[in-house]
Write a protein that binds this ligand. Sequence first.
Ligand SMILES: O=C(O)CCC(=O)C(=O)O
Ligand SMILES: [Fe+2]
Length: 187
Amino acid sequence: MADLFDAPALPGLASQDDLVSEAEERMLIAAIDATALAPFRFQGWTGKRLTSSYGWRYDFDAGRLERGEPLPDWLLPIRDRAAAFARLPVDDLVQALLIRYDPGAGIGWHRDRPAFEHVVGLSLGTQATMRFRRRVGTRFERVAVPLPPRGAYHLSGAARHGWEHSIAEMDRTRWSITFRSLRARSS
Ligand SMILES: O=C(O)CCC(=O)C(=O)O
Ligand SMILES: [Fe+2]
């Protein structure tokens, strides 16, 4: 894996360890588990990961963005910290997506929906690897980035728009909180 080790950091990807403490991590995991987690659905297909969302939700079955419940109080201090880390106005982070990946669950190759712009994620529970790829001619250029528990990452620019990302299935449970801003309307 020397090629990955030597690869330059992905433009548009920033990360920060220990955005939350271990005590906060336990609180957040319990709070996520207490939400109405439901299997991710995409055009009739049901994924293994469980999700709930606040602020806005993208309905993959209907293919549109819908307004959702406001963010609960317990998420607000975490959003403050996520915004400070990403150097974004806190009010820009209008969506919070909560995910639980039970053992065997992951997320396949994708780019986040174009309705959203900045993506600021927090990892909880267990280490994961976020894989990135982009097509270069007939092959894929690839980068793998560790996501340590309690650490945050920010996808913008090329990492957000030019590369796809995925998370391989894990053998222990991982939770994540992803805050997103909306893409500015051009009209
Ligand atoms: O679990 C994560 O940290 C990332 C999830 C993700 O890529 C997504 O929901 O678009
Ligand atoms: Fe994503």
